[in-house]
Design a protein around this ligand. Structure first.
Ligand code: FNR
Length: 186
């Protein structure tokens, strides 16, 4: 059976570069793997009252069930104010509760950050890693993935037009698969 890697893009914007990168990465899965884009847009802001089983939003249940069955995760994040966009942090929080029932626990992950700017989402990348430590998501250390000038990355058909960046991303994905195979418990 294929291993399933969830792809989480930290932006809801229609023309989001992060979502376009997620789509490009989705096509890079090797044999034996399926890369599945998991949507974050339907999740209301996490509220601890929703831990009450009579108050759980249906979208939380759907999301938690989707994350439960993936084997690993690649987070593709832009940077908002030098940190993780709220939509992605919210999804981490939703998946982490109720207490003791986190759906993230032990799933190997990777962080790919991006920006039109030259710092390439470094702040978001490392803030995200901080949360992933607490969630017990072991994160690939190398290669680090910081994509710059993403506003110049895509052609009008939303394909990556810089071959060297496509190759770099494919190498990062390949490295993640090798690392995943060493770190996955199942
Ligand atoms: C940004 N942007 C941004 N870029 C950056 O490199 N560092 C930052 O701290 C921020 N902060 C920030 C805050 C907010 C609220 C917005 C809306 C934007 C610019 C950001 O990188 C750019 O809008 C990207 O295009 C957002 O990613 P998506 O939506 O294209 O995936």
């Amino acid at each position: 059976m294929n291993k399933v890697i969830g792809l989480f893009a930290g932006s809801l914007r229609k023309e989001s570069f992060s979502r376009k990168i997620a789509k490009a990465v989705a096509a890079m899965a090797p044999a034996g793997f399926e890369f599945k884009i998991i949507s974050l847009g339907d999740l209301p802001l996490y509220n601890q009252d929703f831990d009450d089983e009579n108050q759980v939003p249906e979208s939380y249940t759907i999301f938690r069930n989707e994350v439960k069955v993936i084997d690993g995760a690649i987070f593709i994040t832009p940077e908002y104010n030098r940190s993780v966009p709220a939509v992605l942090k919210n999804a981490l929080d939703v998946g982490s509760r109720p207490y003791g029932k986190s759906v993230w626990d032990g799933k190997p992950g990777a962080v790919f950050s991006n920006s039109p700017g030259s710092i390439s989402g470094f702040g978001a990348n490392h803030h995200l890693r901080q949360s992933l430590v607490f969630l017990n998501v072991p994160v690939m250390q190398q290669p680090e993935v910081y994509l710059t000038k993403v506003d110049e990355l895509f052609d009008e058909q939303r394909n990556i037009q810089k071959e060297e960046i496509r190759e770099f991303l494919q190498k990062a994905v390949d490295a993640f698969i090798v690392w995943f195979n060493k770190n996955s418990s199942q």
